[in-house]
Design a binder for this molecule. Structure first.
Ligand SMILES: C[S@@+](CC[C@H](N)C(=O)[O-])C[C@H]1O[C@@H](n2cnc3c(N)ncnc32)[C@H](O)[C@@H]1O
Length: 198
């Protein structure tokens, strides 16, 4: 039944151009969360609650704080979590992730997993704050870091995506070269970065 709802959600997202995680990425996410059994998870970019549900189903004791800027998506995610009987384990925030994470940080909230899947061009702004919100040994997981293979390619990117791809290139370069971080880039889905503070 949960699988049916997830499949329906994925189909709905694809046919309505809602950018949920790509196939290989969701399998990776489910396996990763299942192995590590995270308890406190923060997600930036709820969309319709697809990846959020996957994480909660993969770690049965986990609690999820998840942030979405778009009200329509926020409401659809609410329905998703209700259908999946996950409401009690979710706090949904409607607002701009950049401000909500600072509020959560000011409340001294800590997470053992933070999943960053919000505005791609702003990862550079978000990640230093998110690193400070990890519990000791916690993981920052970031989706779309290879963005359709464009981040590591030298081809010229069309002007519409150029600024975002350049920012993602800068972000990947930073997380791979900072000596205080341990970063692995997984070539699954659209590219997932797994980051720990040493
Ligand atoms: C790639 S989708 C998230 C997909 C979702 N994590 C999944 O796989 O099911 C990115 C989401 O981030 C949201 N978003 C964009 N800018 C945001 C911001 N500044 N703050 C919070 N959410 C934002 C978008 O509305 C969109 O729903």
């Amino acid at each position: 039944m949960e699988d049916d709802i997830l499949q329906h959600l994925e189909e709905f997202a694809r046919s309505n151009y809602i950018p949920v995680m790509l196939d290989g990425g969701t399998e990776f996410l489910a396996k990763f969360v299942k192995e590590k059994q995270f308890q406190n998870i923060l997600e930036v970019g709820t969309a319709i609650g697809y990846s959020g549900s996957i994480m909660l189903l993969s770690s049965k004791k986990a609690h999820l704080d998840t942030i979405e800027i778009d009200e329509k998506s926020f409401l659809m995610a609410k329905e998703t979590f209700q259908k999946m009987h996950l409401t009690e384990r979710v706090n949904q925030f409607l607002g701009d992730g950049f401000y909500v994470i600072q509020e959560l940080k000011n409340q001294n909230k800590k997470y053992d997993l933070i999943f960053l899947d919000g505005p791609k061009g702003q990862y550079l702004r978000y990640y230093p704050i998110l690193l400070q919100m990890l519990s000791p040994g916690g993981c920052l997981l970031v989706d779309n870091v290879l963005f359709h293979g464009l981040v590591r390619s030298t081809v010229d990117v069309g002007h519409k995506k150029r600024a975002m791809v350049n920012k993602l290139r800068q972000f990947v370069n930073e997380i791979e070269t900072r000596e205080d971080l341990i970063t692995t880039i997984h070539e699954v889905g659209d590219g997932v970065a797994e980051i720990y503070v040493k």
